[in-house]
Ligand binder design. Sequence first.
Ligand SMILES: NC(=O)c1ccc[n+]([C@@H]2O[C@H](COP(=O)([O-])OP(=O)(O)OC[C@H]3O[C@@H](n4cnc5c(N)ncnc54)[C@H](OP(=O)(O)O)[C@@H]3O)[C@@H](O)[C@H]2O)c1
Length: 323
Amino acid sequence: MRALLFDRPAPDAGATRVADLESPLPGHGEVAIDVRAAGVNFIDVMARRGDPGYATEWPFVPGLEVAGTVRALGAGVDGPAIGTPVAAFTGSGGLAEVAVVRADLVAVIPEGLSFEQAAAAPGTLTTAALLLNRLQPGESVLVHSAAGGVGQALASLARLRGAGLLLGTVGGASRVQAAEKAGYDAALIRGDGLVEAVRERTGGRGVDLILDPQGTEWIDTDLELVAPGGRIVLFGNASGTPLAPLALGPLFGGNASVGGFSIRGYSAKAPHLVAAALTDVLGKLAQGALTVDPTVVDGLDRAAEAQQALADGRGNGKYVVRL
Ligand SMILES: NC(=O)c1ccc[n+]([C@@H]2O[C@H](COP(=O)([O-])OP(=O)(O)OC[C@H]3O[C@@H](n4cnc5c(N)ncnc54)[C@H](OP(=O)(O)O)[C@@H]3O)[C@@H](O)[C@H]2O)c1
């Protein structure tokens, strides 16, 4: 099979190639999938540059999420039947013609959905759905990096969950429009003036739920912006800068909570939650309650270009590779 391969950690696509590898076979409790479309994610970029905890070995086949058809079932697995269209959270190895995944992370694709749409569900939309389990209806939300794949997914799903005011932040003016189009009430540029802008829009109260994929770079600002009793959820570290220790003092005075999130953690320890959220978002996509409009890149040979667009901050939403 052909697969995208990172030979070693690299700051760019210099050690990325498409290689011919032996097709993996499903082990006990696993399913092999003939991949028809695979999501490109910022997590690929983090693995490529060698951020700790992302690439599990070198060479490394990236790929967090796939859609395709069931190719083979491992021992102890009795479905879905071979040939069934499915989507699955792979964690890694998805950017390949064949991916092997735990059977409990596979969901059947409902009729009417394309493989390209379905490939945006297991990692991107499911991450957004699981993050929003921490939202109560009517609460205000602030999402950093609002124009990215997960950022845009959070906007559409937050509306479905009954979010109140929905604020996004972006790193530069070029991403404001994409964030607003995704459904944010306002997209604010991170930097001087952010605290005042958020306070103004929340009547001075602050925001109930802050979703932050920027490591600890903005945590002090988050603590200034969180409403009494509010939550900050850290779910990424896009810059790869070492994480700073958390200053606990402001948590007391602010009556604030800081939590973490990892879909890989959920997939390892609570796969039923990932599968349930994936089934739910696929159903909402099929019903038209939720939409996703990925930029489709044709062929594994072009996957490295898409990853580079994300690495350069040129991405404005979700990218999917069609195999
Ligand atoms: N915890 C989990 O389980 C989980 C699962 C999926 C994704 N994530 C995280 O969610 C974030 C978004 O992922 P995605 O796949 O949606 O990526 P994406 O579409 O590429 O969006 C990433 C965003 O991060 C910002 N960014 C890009 N390069 C950066 C850099 N070098 N330093 C700081 N910020 C940078 C940009 O937003 P700005 O406008 O802010 O600059 C960009 O829009 C990533 O940090 C990813 O690791 C976490």
